[in-house]
Structures are given as C-alpha cells and as structure tokens.
Design a protein around this ligand. Structure first.
Ligand code: FE2
Ligand code: FE2
Length: 203
C-alpha cells in the first residue's frame, strides 16, 4: 500500500527537472551528459513517430540509471531483479546495467510504466518483440549527437529513412564490430536484426 502511494505521489511529482536531478546525482558527469542527449534525441524521434514525447524523454534520461554500479553489484542486483536474464547476458556484465536499471527505477523511483521499463531493460541487447518506445531508446542511445565513430553518419541517414532502417543499420554495425573484435554476441542482436530485415524486405 505504502509503495503504491509512493508510486502515485512520484507519478504526480515526476517532471523533467526532478528526474534530471536524480540522474545528475547518480551518474558521473559524462554519463549524465550522454543521458540528457539520449533524452533529447528520443524526444525528437518520438515526436516524428507520433509517440508520447514525455515518456521518450523520461526513458532516455533513465536508461543508464544503473551504469555507475560495480560488476559485483550489477551481478547481485541482476540475480534479484524481476526481469528474465539469460545466461549469455548474465555472463557479459557490461550488459547488466539495462535490466538492473529497469528493476531499480521501478523499485526506487516507483516508475511502473511498462513501455518505459521495457525501453530501459532492452536498450543494450534489444529484442525482436520490443515496442516502439523501446526501439526509439535503442536507436537514440546509439546515435545521440556526441556519438562519434566510423559509420555513424550512415546510421543516422538510415534512421532518417525510418526506425526499421535504423535498427537494421545499428544491429548490422554491432554484429560487424563484435565479429571484427572477436567478441561474444548476444543472440538478441541477431534476432533483432533478422526480424527487422524481414520487416523491411518481406513486405
Ligand atoms: Fe546503457
Ligand atoms: Fe546509454
């Protein structure tokens, strides 16, 4: 009951300034700046797609909420998290800040919007079934203005063609990168890539 009341009060009070303060407190300066940039980028994409811009902004701000935790703490929180985490994801601790953030923003901030939680949870590995808000956060995290790497201009152009093209370009980039660097690939990345490849070319 108390949790429900707290959640209700939080929802009433929740606004950008408050959330910005929360994120500023829990993240290092560079990660805070990145979170703001993801929020603004997500807001723009949501506006273009006719989605709720406030939700997109909030999900963008909160997506890296657990980024400041140690490997040990992430693993501990992942184990008690309410989200399903497969063995592959559990073995790559850098991925765990996503499900842990989704778990914590619900538990600590009382945010219970399923679309926002899904967007935070899947911003690293993605999912072929994720909804549009999650797609927007996945893309915004990758293309926010401070991101600068070989191939980013092409990816931004693909995103301009539509979210499906954006997902395909990003997952292709991630797969290539991991192959080139001999790194483990989470199966969701391939599943997401295949699903969007079919969406684009099978229609
Ligand atoms: Fe992240
Ligand atoms: Fe991020």
């Amino acid at each position: 009951m108390i949790l429900k009341i707290r959640s209700y009060i939080w929802r009433i009070k929740v606004n950008r300034e408050k959330t910005i303060e929360v994120i500023k407190e829990c993240l290092p300066a560079a990660r805070f700046k990145h979170s703001l940039a993801v929020a603004v980028t997500a807001e723009k994409l949501a506006w273009k797609e006719g989605l709720a811009v406030d939700k997109a902004y909030l999900a963008g701000l909160l997506h890296d909420y657990a980024k400041g935790y140690s490997e040990e703490e992430l693993k501990r929180l992942a184990r008690i998290s309410s989200w399903y985490i497969d063995q592959e994801e559990m073995s790559i601790y850098q991925l765990l800040h996503a499900p842990v953030a989704a778990y914590l923003v619900e538990k600590e901030l009382g945010i219970d919007d399923s679309q926002i939680l899904e967007a935070i949870r899947y911003h690293t590995i993605g999912s072929p079934d994720m909804g549009k808000l999650a797609v927007i956060i996945y893309i915004a995290d990758f293309i926010e203005p401070s991101r600068d790497f070989s191939g980013i201009d092409k990816i931004r152009k693909e995103v301009d063609q539509g979210l499906d093209y954006g997902i395909l370009a990003i997952t292709n980039h991630i797969l290539r990168y991991h192959l080139d660097h001999n790194r483990v690939i989470h199966p969701n990345t391939l599943a997401l890539r295949n699903a969007y490849l079919r969406r684009i070319y099978d229609e």
